[in-house]
Ligand binder design. Sequence first.
Ligand code: BV8
Length: 229
Amino acid sequence: MRIFILTGAGISAESGLGTFRDEDGLWTKYDLREVATPEGFARDPGKVHDFYNARRKNAAAASPNAAHHALARLMQSAHQEVTLVTQNVDSLHEKAGTAAIHMHGRLDRATCHNCRATWEAPAIMSPDDVCGSCGRPETRPDVVWFGEMPYEMDTIYTKLAEADLFVAIGTSGQVYPAAGFVAEAKAAGAHAIEINLDPSDVSTAFHEHILGSATRTVPEWVGRVIGQA
Ligand code: BV8
């Protein structure tokens, strides 16, 4: 069975990493226009680096949880062809042993706003850093901001068109194009399951809903899928 899995901040919540739109989420403390847009970066690169330096430090210290490990077991199971796409910029899927397509980039990578060279991000980035390729002082976290094109969209749409099963885990369904993936997969005939703590903004688009914390619901769901194999 070809399974397309989309994860969001909710899968990393129980690893201690904040979500965005829960009651104490990141966007309740920061104005996303100031720290997650190219305009915000142009206005005040120091504020943007401070925001991402703090998140990079938290993410580096975080460990994958039972949900990340369950997805790794699913991806190792012989009977399933799994495409894992994450909106998250932490590397907890990788720490659990799975490669994920990071459509919104990664905190542990850096890029140059001028020439788009990429490299492994240092723990702390600053507006004074210069790009090793073009020499410009325009280094930035390699994450996709609002108004920027997410990564690997061609691969993602190809895999959505082939999926037999689409599963969204821990995402509020508020950010596009990711929130539109369920409709793409269903249009190609996929069955759609939402695994989330609460109903998302696109819950009505799903055939099935599994509500609860990811560290409980994801291992249970993976166990059922592998058990059926
Ligand atoms: C694009 C950066 C097109 C990295 C992020 C007006 C102007 C400009 C653009 C737009 C516009 N109107 C709409 C748009 C499009 C815009 C958009 O969708 N805006 C929204 C706000 C309306 N999208 C974009 O701009 C995208 N690009 O459209 O480009 C284009 C076309 C041509 C040419 C160029 C461009 C880019 C979107 C990416 C933005 N970057 N992050 C970073 O800082 O992290 S988005 C940000 O939100 C994060 O990446 C995050 O991944 C993403 C989605 O959030 P979620 O993961 O869903 O997290 P959230 O907190 O919302 O929800 C958590 C869920 O988990 C909840 O449902 C909760 O119930 C659940 N949960 C909590 N705990 C648990 C749990 N579940 C299970 N267990 C638990 N324990």
